[in-house]
Design a binder for this molecule. Structure first.
Ligand SMILES: Cc1ncc(COP(=O)(O)O)c(C=O)c1O
Length: 391
């Protein structure tokens, strides 16, 4: 205990040795004296068990980024007036680390998450992350995974969920850019989204609530986008649906944007008679998903006709009535893909084609298999820079 408090004191002195940019070589590591034993896979529920260590880096406008610290996961002591608690000056990321068949640890496209975090931090008024900061954070997060190696499950479909987070810690009630920020990363061992194969989800298309709007923050991973989705989601769950299909009213029609906390893909035969995989374009309304980008890149490399284009509820409903919709699925880090077999809109339940035996359509299964294999390095990624990086 005494040794631990000396280490904490050493680390807090280290925190005062400020540097302008994030510098992984200044890392201080304080290891727990009571490491956990990873529970059996069936006991893992999403986001409830946290690994032994966390990464923490403080920033102030006067001194820049302090030396990074990896220390036992524990509570923060924060002033009740910090802007993170009052004005949602906060953002986060969701990525995963894996153990491959040889037992090596890997991360998947973490650079994309850190780049997106730069955008979210800047949009929230916090300092951005320079390219060098992003690279240093990549090294530090990988070091955190290495230290908590014993918490990374190795069964297929299991992984270590990484939750990089930034909060404004500036103590003032005035609405000003924060002069202090805490950047940290916690991790959780997690199981597959669908434990026993695909289970297609039923969606409620909402014309009552919108997730994102022009000029808003829909393209950023800021906590405020998610907390305000809880009440609509609870209403949707009460009616027996798994996720909300987020629509944005436009004239008499609705733009189709995303599903729950996933990007949406529709495979259909378009009005021109071409088979096409369509998803909403990036911009103000859609989060630039890492999985979305992986699906688009794989599609282009394998000759699947993919389109990033605005599309409307009326077009989708017409295509469904003309039997031109082939399959619908969500895409995100948690599930990789989540097949959809029904969508309810204004009280009418619309059935979506879905192979009952597989629990999905052919493309959802194809992308799930491809991306799972790439995450574990069992297949090369269709890119110059490998997506899966050995730690
Ligand atoms: C609103 C929203 N859309 C899409 C995604 C999928 O993004 P990713 O593939 O990076 O997990 C997420 C999850 O982070 C999300 O919260």
């Amino acid at each position: 205990m005494l040794q631990l408090s000396r280490s904490v004191a050493r680390a807090s002195r280290a925190c005062r040795a400020f540097s302008a940019g994030i510098d992984a070589s200044k890392l201080q590591v304080i290891k727990t004296t009571t490491p956990q034993i990873l529970p059996p896979p069936e006991k893992l529920t999403f986001g409830e068990l946290f690994s032994d260590h966390m990464l923490e880096i403080d920033w102030t406008a006067d001194d820049g980024w302090a030396a990074p610290v990896i220390k036992p996961t524990g509570n923060f002591s924060l002033h009740p007036a910090i802007c993170g608690l009052h004005y949602a000056v906060q953002c986060f990321e969701g990525a995963k680390a894996y153990k491959d068949e040889s037992g090596a640890l890997r991360t998947f496209r973490l650079d994309m998450n850190l780049k997106r975090m730069n955008d979210s931090m800047s949009r929230s008024g916090m300092p951005g992350l320079t390219e060098s900061d992003q690279e240093e954070l990549g090294k530090l997060v990988r070091e955190l995974v290495r230290i908590d190696n014993h918490m990374v499950p190795d069964a297929p479909g299991y992984s270590l969920y990484l939750r990089p987070t930034a909060i404004g810690t500036h103590v003032a009630l005035g609405l000003t850019p924060p002069r202090a920020v805490k950047w940290y990363c916690i991790t959780c061992p997690v199981g597959p989204y669908f434990k026993t194969g695909f289970k297609p989800v039923k969606l409620l298309a909402s014309d009552e609530y919108t997730r994102a709007f022009y000029g808003g923050t829909g393209a950023y991973k800021v906590g405020a986008n998610y907390g305000t989705g809880i009440m609509p989601f609870t209403e949707c769950a009460k009616q027996g649906f798994s996720q909300i299909l987020w629509l944005l009213p436009e004239g008499d029609d609705f733009l189709i944007t995303e599903v729950g906390t996933m990007n949406l893909f529709v495979s259909w035969v378009n009005e021109k008679g071409e088979k096409e995989l369509i998803t909403a374009p990036l911009g103000e309304l859609v989060l630039p998903g890492v999985t979305r980008d992986s699906i688009i890149t794989i599609s282009k490399a394998t000759g699947i006709n993919v389109a990033e284009r605005r599309f409307y509820w009326s077009e989708f409903a017409k295509a469904l009535s003309e039997n031109r919709v082939l399959e619908v699925f969500g895409a995100g880090t948690a599930a990789i893909v989540a097949p959809v077999d029904a969508i309810s809109f204004r009280g009418e339940m619309l059935q979506i084609p879905c192979d009952e035996k597989v629990g999905s359509g052919p493309l959802a299964k194809f992308f799930y298999d491809e991306i799972s294999a790439m995450q574990r390095g069992a297949k090369p990624s269709p890119s110059e820079k490998p997506w899966s990086m050995v730690i």
